[in-house]
Structure formats: structure tokens, C-alpha cells
Design a binder for this molecule. Sequence first.
Ligand SMILES: [Ca+2]
Ligand SMILES: [Ca+2]
Ligand SMILES: [Ca+2]
Length: 461
Amino acid sequence: MWGLLFFFLSVLFLPVKVYSFGVNSGGATSVSKTNNDAFSLPAANLSFERRLDFSVGNSFFRNPWVIAPSATTARDGLGPLFNTNGCQNCHIRDGRGHLPQAADDNAVSLLVRMSIRPHSAEQEQRVLRHGVIPHPLYGDQIQDFAVPGVDAEAQIHITYQTQTVTLADGSVVTLRKPHLTLSQLAYGALDDDVVYSLRMAPPMIGLGLLEALNDEQIEQLADPQDENNDGISGRSNRVWDVEQQKLVRGRFGWKAEQPSLKQQNAAAFNGDIGITSSLFPAENCRAAQQACLDAPSGGKPELSDKLLDSVTFYTGNLGVPARRNVDDPQVKRGEAVFVEAGCGDCHHVAFTTPTLPGRPQHSAQTIHPYTDMLLHDMGPGLADDRAVFAASGSEWRTPPLWGIGLTKTVSGFEHYLHDGRAESLLEAVLWHGGEAKQSRDYIVRAQRTEREALLAFLRSL
Ligand SMILES: [Ca+2]
Ligand SMILES: [Ca+2]
Ligand SMILES: [Ca+2]
């Protein structure tokens, strides 16, 4: 009798279960807060003991670094050249950064990368092997702050060029493209041979799950020669792994130019905050920046391996927000539009992570990151003209879309794409070109109800 009742009940509830299949985008790491802390929570399945490691890492991600020498020896060594004094200043509330809001706003959370444009086959080989050819006077990034006694490299100013797009239903969308000018160049003039890339800080959620995917899972999605003729030819970046001393698959950053969270974090400590580590033991000073080279150090290295590991643990274990409103008919319709428009050909919907020793929270999870982790040619509108390793000037790694619907709640604003130029999800889609042009055109042509359904779906992620 109870067995029969149970049978009927389970039949009754089965459709509900099927419905909620895609709710937990981050598998069992998924968290259900929907306020402005939504990106800052530990993975829901993180063990009690490991939550302590998470909070140690959190404090070194959040709290500011200070100038050496200081009584705060665990946190000193800021600069000499730096962009800001803490990770969280850019990855605001563990979410994304923003462009300067008004003319007098600062450019914190925006990075200006730079390098020399390769001209010969030999220089192109150097790019493939080393990533970029750093500028002799400024390196590969502009640091707009410095400790007292050292000159900041330059001041960063952003202006906008606008253009409009008219959609099939007659509505007009204004798109803006940031334009960079540098002033107060402290170490000499810059010539035309320099290429720049503006980069916005991306959100920190679910990164350990993406790191857990194995190379074969990603490679399966690649189609570098577009053999199936669908106009989409994802490929992977090949980047230098400092610890392994060889080229491996790139995974992190807008051009997938870092192989692992550990190296990404060590590079951020070095390039953005001026903190040395075993991976990057030299300060980010150039040969001609003498005061920078002479400034006191906060230790050799300034960041111990133990702290680097704590921060890396933190950056790998922020839970992914569960989806909202998944049963809403408009959201369901939008999910279908997402598939019909070919969005899922790059924003790959589902993976199951492998089983990893010592990482139960990341093991065997069915996840919905909406990325293939591959590079795609996104056309001239988004191109920065600055190749990094194998990624060309117009290639970008598909960013994950999980959690994207909570951007405004977490950040108070919306700034999408690699340089934060898009102020709405629709603008982000309208900038798609190159391999994604068919998808973008589908949305331009779509009826208003279809377009709004797509946006409702994106907001449910
Ligand atoms: Ca330092
Ligand atoms: Ca520099
Ligand atoms: Ca293809």
C-alpha cells in the first residue's frame, strides 16, 4: 500500500525533477543566495574543515597589501608599481569590474595590457612561445600607481565612441566602444608599434570546476579547421606553464592566457599588486625603472607558497549561484531561442567533471557553465589586435555565463565583455561578430518576444 502510494507520488514528482535538471549550474557546489553576496559564498558542498582554508584565502583576496617594510609582514611588499592594493578592488564582491563611470572616476578594475606588435616571422615565434613581446620601457601592463619615490607609469583615460544598431522590430540600441588615452607617461614616449588591450576583471565563481575539466573534454569541442562547416571553429590557446616549463592548454583570462588558477593568481599578484612569489620572483620593474628596482622588498618572495595556495584554494571554491525562475514559460522559451540562435555552440551547456583525488567538491559534478573554454574569432568589432600566445588579435575565450543574471544585484551595474563596454546583455550579444555573427544576426532579426525571452533566460542563469 505504501509502496503503491510512493510509486504514484514519484510519478507525480518526476516531471518536477526533470524540470530542475539545469537549476544547479555548478552541480553540488551551487549556492542559493540571490542578494549581493551571491558570488562570495563557499561551494555548498565544501567540507567544514576546508571552509577554514577558504576563509584564510578570502582574507588575503580581500584585505589590502601594504608598502614594505611594515609591521604587517604577512601582507607587505605592495608595488613598487601597482594597479591597486588588493584583489577584491577589481573583482568587486567577487564579481566583475567596471569601466570608469564618469570622467573623474578612476580606472581601477580595468587593466591596460600592452606589448610590441610582432613584425617578422621570428617575432611571431616569440609571441607563440612567450605570449607577447613586452615593451622595453613599460613591460606588458600599465601600472598607474606606485609607492612614494617611484613614478607611476601613466594615467589612464577612457572616452567612448558610439554607434547604433537598428533591430528588425525598429528598436534602436546604442553601442559604445572604449577608447584609451594615456597621459603623464613617466618613462618615455610610446610609439605606434605598441598594441593595447583593455581588460575588465571577470567574476570569480565556479573556477575550480572549470579547472577540473580535463583536456580531452575541452578538445572534443574544438574544430580548428571547421570540418563540420557550421562557421564555428573553436581552438585552444597554448600557453607557458611556469612550473611545468612547457606549453599547455590555456584556460583563464579573456584570451585563455593562463594555464591554471595558481599561475593566474601569482601573475595577478605580480602584475597588478607588485607582490613576488616563487612563480614570479622578480618585481614588475623594467631595466630603466631604477627607483622601482631600488625600492625595499617585502621578502623573497613576498608571498609564501602557503599563502599562494590559500588564495588559489579560495579562487577555486566560490559556489555558483543556482538558477532562478527556471519554470517561467518565458525563460523556457528563451532557452530554446538560445539553442536555435546557436549560442550553445560556444557557450557549451553541460559537462561532467572527472573524479579528482583530494577534490571531492569538484569531482563528478554535472555542471552548466555555458562555455567551451575555447578561443573564437569574434570579428573586428571586438578585436584588440594584440595576439597572446596562439590567440590572435580577434580571438577571445568563450566566457562562462553561469551567474550572469545576478550581475546587477552583485555589482550594482552591468559591464559585459572583455573591456566592459556592454551595459546590458543585449548590447553584449549585439557586439558578437566573426564566428558568432550568425547568432548575433538571428537576434537582430528575431521578434521582440523572442529576444525578450532570450534575455529572460540569460537573467535566470
Ligand atoms: Ca613588491
Ligand atoms: Ca608596466
Ligand atoms: Ca565547426
